[in-house]
Ligand binder design. Structure first.
Ligand code: ADE
Length: 224
């Protein structure tokens, strides 16, 4: 899979995808993230990509021209399954969206900045708008990294143990159960006996029970 991220502050994203699971995905040829500087598509000698809002008001607006040029350039090489815009007024991102997007081949993610982007971009180029939660960040870069990370780790072969993404919180509307590692006794704080029993069925039953209990306590809304 390939994700093209368009940003006017690409440096914010530079190092994120060069580490850990995302680096492994790249090295294994399973996922590629390419970051594009929107300013490279500006026709302006100052590489300006934003302008004042028609009608006045505070805040600059990202213009349609560089965005259209960048998207069309990318589309000249491949077809995109979705052209996503990160925005606090988009659909709130959930695991089921990550699951669906992890099965696509090519995505564009456009990061917003300033007061937003010209509405005509949203109407004519964008196919999906995603929010990562009900709060406002200063740009769409962190949200784009969040969404890309959630998608890429679901691609088969990216995680070491293929089943481990399947046991994540939210994957089946249940939160993940507690986990423990050595030592089995830390200053009298012990690990639940069943986990040391080697009895696979009992361990699985215990984990399911803990998942249900935890979900009832912390996120009863998921059980409805
Ligand atoms: N840009 C700014 N805030 C955002 C949010 N909460 N989700 C997605 N994009 C954003």
């Amino acid at each position: 899979m390939r994700i093209d991220i368009i940003s006017c502050v690409p440096r914010l994203l530079d190092s994120y995808f060069d580490h850990s699971i995302l680096k492994r995905a790249k090295d294994a040829g399973l996922a590629e993230v390419v970051i594009h500087d929107l300013r490279d598509y500006s026709e302006n000698k100052h590489r300006q990509v934003d302008d004042y809002a028609f009608g006045g008001g505070a805040g600059m607006v990202l213009g349609i021209e560089p965005i259209a040029k960048c998207i069309r350039y990318l589309q000249s090489f491949r077809n995109y399954d979705e052209i996503i815009y990160m925005t606090p007024d988009g659909d709130v991102f959930e695991q089921k969206t990550a699951n669906r997007l992890s099965m696509t081949r090519n995505l564009i993610i456009l990061c917003g900045h300033y007061k937003g982007i010209d509405e005509r971009v949203r109407e004519h180029f964008i196919t999906k708008e995603i929010s990562i939660g009900d709060y406002v960040l200063s740009g769409g870069e962190l949200p784009a990294a969040v969404v890309s990370d959630a998608i890429i780790r679901l691609i088969p072969g990216v995680l070491n143990d293929e089943t481990s993404a399947l046991t994540d919180s939210f994957q089946d509307n249940l939160l993940a159960p507690p986990v423990y590692t050595r030592p089995a006794d830390f200053e009298g704080l012990t690990v639940p006996e069943v986990l040391l029993s080697g009895h696979e069925k009992k361990i699985n039953d215990w984990r399911l029970e803990q998942s249900i209990k935890r979900t009832q306590q912390r996120r009863p809304d998921l059980l409805k």
